[in-house]
Design a protein around this ligand. Sequence first.
Ligand code: MRU
Length: 364
Amino acid sequence: MNIHGQPHRSIEAEHATRSARIIDQTFLPHQVEWRELHTMEEAAESIRVMRVRGAPLIGATAAFGLFFALREDASDAALQKAYEVLHATRPTAINLRWALDRVKRVVEPLGSEQRADAAWEEALAICEADVATNHAIGRHGLELLRAIQAKKADPAAPMNVMTHCNAGWLATVDWGTAISPIYQAHDAGMNVHVWVSETRPRGQGASLTAFELKEHGVPYTLIVDNNAGHLLQRGLVDVVIVGTDRVTAHGDVANKIGTYLKALAAKAHDVPFYVATPVSTIDWTISDGIREIPIEQRSDREVTHMPGLNAAGVRDEVLITPAGTQARNDGFDVTPAALVTALVTEHGAVLATAAALRELRGLM
Ligand code: MRU
């Protein structure tokens, strides 16, 4: 995707030094700051403090993290230790475990002198596959958008898509999941407009999705999270598309806190609610999302304080509550499968049911 007109990815391999370059997303949208990762600890820290975030990008960064660890020490003990440190960085996004397992499976049978090279190649392969997967999700999502547009009373009127959090290219290596169909629709000349939900408390919609859409020239309007029900009720939303951090084998979906309320409101107003997901985000080991998906608990400071640029143009934050106010900060919620119109995967749209997902798994 383009930043100031230049093509980039959210994570880029530096072959000469065998390091990885990330955009430090804690500086966005005000500054595009690149940061080099050379060690497992740097990769883990970047995931933990959300310099990189979004399920697929967390996975890709962790894969490089495992390579950095093996470059230092390729023993079984070091591999296991690095796996555990990286795995503990964030609990909800299953792509983290998926990517670590993928690298581990490749390197474990090898002799220690071959492990680092193999891990590097696997991290690169994970990145390439992510780009192709997300492009395919976009193609399938575009078909769904076209079908919705064809049914509109005035097919030339804007296609109003609502999204939540950031499931664009900043959340992946490139393209994004939920935003990939939007980019492809826009590029194909469809009159698409996006309702961007700000996504309190960290504001991934306001800071990241708005940044991406602006860079790509896609028309969007920022809304406070609480506006979603109102817009859906007034018929101002044609479709809701979100990403996900973990889908169960029965189709329950964990995504950024606030997703569930949007799904409920979409159902009440008969608006399609799609979840864009690579197959790597499906956790085949669990079925009941509400009981089994771990929900990240984050700092109350993210709720009691608001970050931004102050009048002097310096990054700052302000307290918005009475001092000492206690807050609860669940990072994600679970949308039951029954509220999901379909999952949009790289293999096409699939119903969020155990049977449909079993069939999808059988194809792989
Ligand atoms: O806490 P974050 O910013 O990592 O949460 C990101 C999301 O919830 C995304 O919607 C999800 O990871 C899908 S990314 C394609």
